[in-house]
Design a protein around this ligand. Structure first.
Ligand SMILES: Cc1cc2nc3c(=O)[nH]c(=O)nc-3n(C[C@H](O)[C@H](O)[C@H](O)COP(=O)(O)OP(=O)(O)OC[C@H]3O[C@@H](n4cnc5c(N)ncnc54)[C@H](O)[C@@H]3O)c2cc1C
Length: 596
């Protein structure tokens, strides 16, 4: 890595430069695992950066587990059945090659994490324990209590430190350096000092998370998952895919929002592991209503099925006062709950609720964007040298995601992309001179102009208006007129976003102002795709087209039009391999009642 140098002219704000072979944007599980792969293959000038301090990424919030066909309890499980379950849950809109890649890799990836010291929950024999998760045929979800993500990221960070991989914290990337054909690096600012930085890089890996927090009721941290990854790639000339598919997790906390103690918890995740460990859903009449919606799989049916069932119960007047239903695991022993769900138990206990004695209240909440950046089988976009992995990429989950599959995707695609880059690397990149004038310097000037503005609208007001718009117009149940109205309102929000009142570069309001820009791109794609997809499939439900339409066995791609603005096209989905087709034909399915 070269020493920073400083370039200054009167017109252009000063900026420092850093040269690296590979720039990894994002230090969650995906970015960390890609950097480890590169280091293990002898690449010694990778730089990983993130918006937060070392070890602090959204991955730490992942709770219930990570999938891989280890067969600890169910030896008949296999990677092919894992792939088949994933395709079934994705309603066959997933890219079969990517699904197969993840499913095949995961037994080795789980084992490798064990070798690196991950604190898995274990069976009495000391094997990696595995639990049921929704819509999976076997117990395939490995876990570390209900803090799997935290344990995973700590393991990866420790490994990265052993390999002495450099990490730069508190840097926000605002634009990739691209001419639409190839990427040459990225620009951003140091969130502590306000310094502008240009990173020259031969390859760029975007591992910057997803876009589920463009909704006001969501499970993400407030300052994460605003669509940075997809928006940066789209702006650089890459295509997005499947953005209309947003997973609404059935069990977000439903709270009395007028109570200041409970209000911050609204929408926060109650992990699927509560249902995986036997939790039952009841409506306000005491009825175990999943009997009516899914008598075989019950509470462990796919997330979209359970989420819509809850929404329907509430809409028909059988909800609780907080607009949710009850989730009850009190039939299990207190010791069992404390061992298997320690963080959930503690959280509710601090709020005065003992899960071993009483039910908690839950309702659907935005949890995960299945869409993201369109990439090939190696994680590379059609912008040469630009990769997207983890929650930023699209293709593994199709129309809906199996719980436990996104952590799997992070480590599997970290290895795939790292391996690919290591094969072709030829030193740090050189930014073509014309891009300094057309991309880099205008971006620094724009950022300088965005700081300390005296605009009409508070950043938080615009941020929240956008999130509310998305919940209202592109939520769990969608309809054409509502989506059109949402697109109109988005124009109004866009205008307000150009007239915001921001603080200095180091302020939270400045970070959120940049985020609003990313969110606008992600929101527009979701609204457009949801309108175009005139059918219901997986997480996308259109009340005016409530059935699957087989002619829609296509992915929607989003890109910048030559004349400006967003344009879309569709392409048919690939077919599964023979091995996966055979697993599909065998028709494996979870029998929920064996849990009882
Ligand atoms: C509450 C919750 C529970 C979950 N539980 C599970 C589970 O049990 N099992 C499962 O499989 N999945 C789970 N998921 C999903 C899973 O946690 C994520 O999909 C996964 O952790 C994403 O990892 P990632 O590395 O792709 O991104 P992240 O962990 O989100 O990391 C993104 C990184 O990018 C950086 N970044 C973002 N934008 C910028 C920018 N503009 N400039 C610089 N850096 C940037 C961030 O600082 C961060 O370092 C859960 C999700 C939530 C919200």
């Amino acid at each position: 890595m070269s020493q920073p140098s400083t370039a200054t002219t009167d017109a252009v704000p000063a900026y420092t430069e850093v040269d690296v072979s590979v720039l990894v944007i994002g230090a969650g599980a995906a970015g960390a695992r890609a950097a480890i792969e590169l280091a293990e293959q002898g690449i010694d000038d990778t730089l990983v950066l993130g918006k937060r301090s070392h070890g602090d990424a959204h991955t730490t919030w992942a709770r219930g587990g990570i999938n891989g066909a280890l067969g600890t309890h169910d030896p008949e499980d296999s990677w092919a059945i894992h792939a088949a379950d994933t395709l079934n849950e994705g309603h066959f809109l997933n890219d079969p090659i990517k699904v197969e890649t993840v499913a095949k890799q995961m037994p080795d990836r789980l084992q490798e994490l064990d070798d690196w010291g991950m604190e898995y929950s274990r069976t009495e024999n000391g094997e990696i324990d595995q639990r049921y998760f929704g819509a999976q045929s076997f117990r395939r979800t490995a876990f570390a209590g209900d803090h799997t993500g935290e344990s995973l990221l700590h393991t990866l960070v420790d490994r990265a430190q052993e390999l002495e991989i450099p990490y730069r914290e508190d840097v926000m990337i605002t634009k990739l350096v691209s001419d639409g054909e190839a990427v040459y690096g990225a620009v951003g600012f140091d969130m502590d000092s306000g310094e502008f930085v240009l990173f020259n890089a031969g390859s760029v890996v975007l591992a910057a998370g997803g876009y589920a927090a463009i909704y006001n009721r969501h499970t993400s941290r407030d300052d994460e998952n605003n669509g940075d990854g997809p928006a940066l790639a789209y702006d650089a000339g890459a295509e997005l895919m499947d953005m209309e598919f947003v997973q609404f997790h059935p069990t977000g906390m439903a709270v009395d929002e007028s109570d200041p103690e409970w209000e911050p918890w609204s929408g926060r995740l109650v992990t699927e592991a509560v249902r995986g460990e036997g939790g039952r859903l009841f409506n306000s009449e005491g009825e175990r209503f999943m009997e009516r919606y899914s008598p075989d799989q019950m509470e462990l049916d796919a997330r979209d099925v359970v989420a819509r069932a809850i929404a329907e119960e509430v809409a028909e007047g059988r909800g609780t006062d907080t607009g949710g239903v009850y989730l009850d695991i009190s039939h299990r022993e207190a010791d069992f709950i404390q061992e298997r769900l320690p963080r959930m138990y503690e959280r509710f206990q601090e709020l005065g609720v003992d899960m071993a004695e009483e039910a908690v209240e839950v309702a659907p909440t935005s949890h995960y964007g299945m869409g993201g950046v369109a990439v090939d089988a190696h994680g590379e976009t059609d912008v040469d040298g630009l990769f997207a992995i983890g929650e930023t990429m699209a293709g593994v989950h199709g129309a809906n995601r199996l719980g436990g599959n996104s952590l799997a995707e992070t480590v599997a695609y970290g290895v795939v992309a790292g391996d690919r880059i290591a094969d072709r690397i030829d030193g740090p990149g050189t930014v073509p001179d014309d891009l300094r004038e057309t991309v880099i310097e205008p971006q620094f000037a724009d950022l300088a102009a965005l700081a300390n503005t005296d605009g009409t609208y508070a950043v938080t007001a615009v941020f929240e208006e956008l999130q509310e718009l998305m919940w209202e117009h592109a939520g769990l149940l969608r309809e054409e007129g509502q989506l059109d109205a949402g697109l109109d309102k988005l124009d109004t929000v866009r205008q307000k976003a150009s007239d915001m009142n921001t603080g200095p570069l180091t302020s939270e309001s400045f970070e959120f102002a940049v985020d609003v820009g990313f969110m606008l791109t992600a929101a527009e794609a979701v609204l457009r795709g949801a309108k175009q997809r005139a059918e219901s499939r997986g997480a996308h439900y259109r009340t005016d087209h409530p059935a699957v339409d087989e002619t829609w066995q296509h992915n929607i791609y989003y890109e910048q039009a030559d004349v400006g603005g967003m344009t879309t096209h569709t392409e048919p989905v690939g077919v599964p391999s023979e091995a996966v087709q055979a697993a599909l034909d065998e028709g494996h399915e979870l029998d929920y009642h064996q849990l009882e």
